[in-house]
Design a protein around this ligand. Structure first.
Ligand code: AVJ
Length: 322
């Protein structure tokens, strides 16, 4: 009942080295948010999801716990749930429960970068859902999306958590076009997105009083120290989180507190920061229903369902191929 395919990039280290070099040599400097998530970074993100200021995780959980049955009905009672970035599948159980209760549940396809978590989750789920087939895929889904298995029968591809907000418009468009190419008639995408709201709440959600987000942001420097033999001094940078209303996104950066040189032995590279220089480490795009409709439309998709929490802070949208 469990089959897991592993397609890990043999030279993930080389990819990282290339990415980081390009980002640090660019002006302004920039690092990709995927490098936040080593073990420590993943723990810190878990802590973020429990902060009073960080509402998206709770809002998404509220939607899933109250409206999964409705979502599944709107999606035509699919037999297969594909989940991109499945992790421990904590939120997924609401969807699986609704599929089971509707009698449509056959296959769960977790897609995640961590082989260990995918195996663990798979074995827990086959026990919890008798008869469930798990066909996992361990890969970077930005690279290997096309390997998602097709069992026949209607599918719902879930991409939860608001991670699509990390992509720039061009990357997002390319990603959605690839999703669209995977969707047969009757298949749906279920996408989690944070919504535009007052600057104060947005900025607080990314700059919490306890300083967890600041630590999460700076942890990327610890990752570079370990993986690339760099000597970043984490105390010589400060966390910056600003809402860019024009671009409709949070802009998250690290600001150098002093003039400093940093060595990255693994890249044979030395770079300088001036006092006050900012390096972007993440964007987190915020949406409206209208914006998402046009984003889907340009990727040859169509919005078919819209589910928000009671406060209207966050949305799960259902889309299919146009
Ligand atoms: C995991 C990408 C959805 O953008 O809200 C949280 C990451 N960064 N606090 C987000 C994050 C800082 C989060 N995503």
């Amino acid at each position: 009942m469990i089959a897991i395919d592993v397609h890990l990039d043999a030279d993930a280290a080389a990819t990282m080295a290339r990415d980081v070099r390009a980002g640090l040599c660019a002006y302004p400097k920039e690092l990709a948010p995927k490098y936040f998530y080593d073990e420590r970074g993943s723990q810190l993100f878990e802590q973020i999801t429990e902060l009073p200021e960080y509402y998206p995780t709770r809002a998404e959980r509220e939607i899933l716990s109250h409206r999964s049955a409705e979502i599944l009905t709107s999606a035509g009672a699919p037999a297969t749930l594909v989940e991109l970035g499945s992790g421990s599948a904590a939120k997924t159980r609401h969807l699986l429960d609704a599929m089971r209760d509707a009698g449509s549940l056959e296959t769960y396809v977790p897609v995640d970068i961590s082989e260990e978590i995918t195996h663990q989750t798979a074995s827990l789920l086959v026990d919890e859902y008798p008869g469930l087939a798990v066909r996992g895929l361990v890969c970077d889904f930005e690279q290997h999306l096309e390997r998602v298995p097709d069992e026949g029968g209607a599918r719902m591809i879930a991409f939860l958590g608001g991670t699509i907000g990390n992509l720039y418009p061009r990357q997002r468009h390319a990603f959605l076009e690839r999703i669209a190419a995977l969707l047969s008639p009757g298949d749906h995408l279920l996408l989690g997105t944070d919504l535009i709201k007052e600057r104060e709440r947005l900025e607080a959600a990314y700059d919490d009083a306890a300083g967890v987000t600041a630590e999460f942001n700076k942890n990327v420097l610890a990752v570079l120290n370990r993986e690339l033999g760099a000597d970043f001094d984490l105390d010589a940078f400060e966390h910056v989180a600003r809402y860019d209303a024009e671009a409709e996104r949070m802009d998250i950066r690290l600001r150098s507190l002093v003039d400093q040189d940093v060595c990255l032995d693994g890249l044979d590279l030395e770079i300088s920061f001036t006092a006050g220089e900012e390096m972007r480490t993440e964007i987190s795009t915020k949406f409206t229903r209208e914006r998402l409709e046009s984003v889907y439309q340009s990727a040859d998709m169509e919005l078919r369902g819209w589910f928000t929490d009671a406060a209207g802070d966050y949305a799960l949208s259902l889309a299919c191929r146009a």
